[in-house]
Design a protein around this ligand. Structure first.
Ligand SMILES: *[C@@H]1O[C@H](CO)[C@@H](O)[C@H](O)[C@H]1NC(C)=O
Ligand SMILES: *[C@@H]1O[C@H](CO)[C@@H](O)[C@H](O)[C@H]1NC(C)=O
Ligand SMILES: *[C@@H]1O[C@H](CO)[C@@H](O)[C@H](O)[C@H]1NC(C)=O
Ligand SMILES: *[C@@H]1O[C@H](CO)[C@@H](O)[C@H](O)[C@H]1NC(C)=O
Ligand SMILES: *[C@@H]1O[C@H](CO)[C@@H](O)[C@H](O)[C@H]1NC(C)=O
Ligand SMILES: *[C@@H]1O[C@H](CO)[C@@H](O)[C@H](O)[C@H]1NC(C)=O
Length: 446
């Protein structure tokens, strides 16, 4: 009894097995597919032929594409084709991954579906030019102290196709000669020529990024502007400068400052110098470091005091004797407060003038002279010995008695000023046509 039952069961199993095999045949024969596709391929481009046995036209077989990338493909019978929406393109650089994956589901009613994978690698095409990164072509600020042959900044371009780039400085651009690139792939800009804020504050040049490994050799260019920053490379200078040209450089020669003092006289307040205040400024005009002043050395320099901030010089004690010290010569230094090694020294001269202790005196209390009666408007006044009368007053403050600053004039008390004139140097002149013969005239001088 058990035997037939057993035989019927076996049949049933074998029938059911056969049935399953027959239906599954439609989806069998397939396999996972690996293929490649050039980027920017047009809509409808052939991707792969499916190898499942069944024909999609038969009503019992259904094929479907699923997965995140399924939108890139469509089926045409058993052929998979690329689907590109109008206006779009298969851009490898815009894809999350250059490998598209889609699941092919093959199903038939009443049976569990079979799934195959279609894996498509999108191949690169050189469809992107290099592009400079915005922040690597900004205006650069470089100190004039930057060392020649040092890397001053780095410029960078990117190429979405991942092409190897080479950077080239355009040697024809205005200031291209100031820079060079030693490693063409690096974008590291090297300073080739010293910068000088004092003569050139702005530079401009072009740099190109060129693809090295492509046949198109796409390139792009960037204009790079450089601001030269003032570095502390100049020493202080006393003003006003006497500029002298040397080797194409305008050299500032410090002035010698000169002042006068009078012997035995107390000088109140700072001395007055020619050509101006003792004053120095940082040669780095943009930095304008603070300046401090000092008297380094000089004849009897303890007699003088310099204000370390303003440079004003005062004399602490009057000079006792001009004949002993007719002049002082001081070495005055101006240095940067922030760097004592940056200094300038100039000479300050103080001349001692004689004290005005003696008034000028005429050699005689009274002069007598005459005027010849002559035609003509003016006549010189003569001494009885026939010489021209010159009136000289001696000044005992001067060794030879001659004070060039003495001036002569007639006092208002002189009752004939309308008839006589005296030149500032002491020559007496008469208005001859208005004098009467044998008349005496009295004049007073000062
Ligand atoms: C894909 O299938 C189509 C139609 O069956 C055929 O014409 C074509 O040659 C096949 N392509 C390849 C690459 O096998
Ligand atoms: C250069 O300096 C300017 C102004 O000081 C600033 O705006 C700019 O960002 C600086 N450039 C760089 C690259 O630091
Ligand atoms: C950059 O490309 C242009 C044309 O696209 C070409 O004329 C030029 O010479 C190239 N420049 C460099 C530096 O390769
Ligand atoms: C100092 O005195 C000399 C001679 O008297 C004069 O030539 C000069 O101008 C004076 N200098 C000053 C700064 O007053
Ligand atoms: C100037 O001198 C005073 C004291 O005499 C000192 O305290 C000050 O630091 C000095 N200033 C400078 C700028 O050297
Ligand atoms: C002029 O001055 C002299 C001497 O001072 C005096 O004797 C005389 O009277 C004066 N003459 C006149 C007109 O004032």
């Amino acid at each position: 009894m058990p035997m037939p039952t057993c035989g019927a069961l076996l049949l049933a199993i074998s029938m059911s097995f056969h049935l399953t095999t027959a239906v599954a045949d439609q989806c069998s024969g397939g396999s996972n597919l690996f293929t490649e596709l050039q980027e920017n391929s047009p809509h409808g481009t052939f991707v792969a032929n499916l190898t499942v046995f069944g024909e999609p036209e038969s009503s019992s077989l259904r094929l479907g594409l699923t997965g995140a990338d399924a939108g890139w493909f469509y089926l045409e019978g058993k052929t998979v084709r690329l689907s590109v929406s109008p206006g779009a393109s298969l851009d490898r650089e815009a894809l999350e991954s250059p490998v598209l994956m889609v699941a092919l589901t093959c199903s038939e009613d009443g049976f569990s579906p079979v799934e195959y994978r279609i894996i498509v690698q999108v191949l690169n095409e050189n469809d992107n030019k290099p592009r400079f990164l915005e922040d690597s072509v900004l205006t650069q600020n470089i100190s004039e102290l930057a060392a020649v042959h040092s890397v001053v900044f780095t410029t960078r371009a990117e190429d979405k196709d991942g092409d190897t780039l080479m950077y080239v400085i355009d040697s024809t651009s205005a200031d291209g000669k100031y820079f060079r690139i030693d490693l063409p792939n690096s974008g590291k800009i090297v300073l080739a020529k010293a910068l000088d804020f004092e003569t050139k504050r702005h530079l401009e040049f072009m740099v190109h990024a060129v693809e090295m490994n492509t046949k198109e050799r796409y390139n792009s260019s960037a204009r790079i502007r450089v601001n030269v920053l003032d570095g502390d490379d100049q020493y202080p200078r006393f003003l006003p400068c006497n500029f002298l040209a040397h080797d194409g450089v305008s050299v500032c020669v410090s002035p010698v400052y000169t002042a006068n003092v009078t012997e035995r006289e107390v000088t109140v307040g700072p001395l007055h110098f020619v050509p101006g205040l003792v004053y120095a400024e940082d040669g780095d005009r943009e930095l304008k470091a603070a300046i401090t002043y000092a008297i380094l050395a000089g004849t009897d320099h303890g007699r003088f005091h310099i204000d370390n901030v303003t440079g004003a010089i005062t004399m602490l004690r009057p000079v006792e004797s001009r004949s002993h010290t007719p002049a002082f010569s001081l070495s005055v230094m101006a240095a940067q407060v922030n760097d004592a090694n940056k200094y300038v020294v100039t000479e300050v001269r103080v001349r001692v003038l004689a004290a005005n202790a003696h008034p000028p005196r005429f050699s005689r209390p009274r002069y007598q002279a005459f005027v010849r009666e002559e035609p003509g408007l003016a006549a010189l006044v003569l001494t009885y010995s026939g010489r021209v009368l010159t009136l000289q007053a001696a000044d005992a403050d001067f060794p030879d008695g001659f004070n060039p600053k003495v001036r002569y004039s007639l006092t208002p008390q002189s009752n004939h000023t309308q008839l006589f004139q005296i030149t500032p140097s002491g020559l007496l002149v008469a208005r001859a046509d208005q004098l009467r013969a044998l008349q005496q005239y009295f004049l007073q001088q000062r």
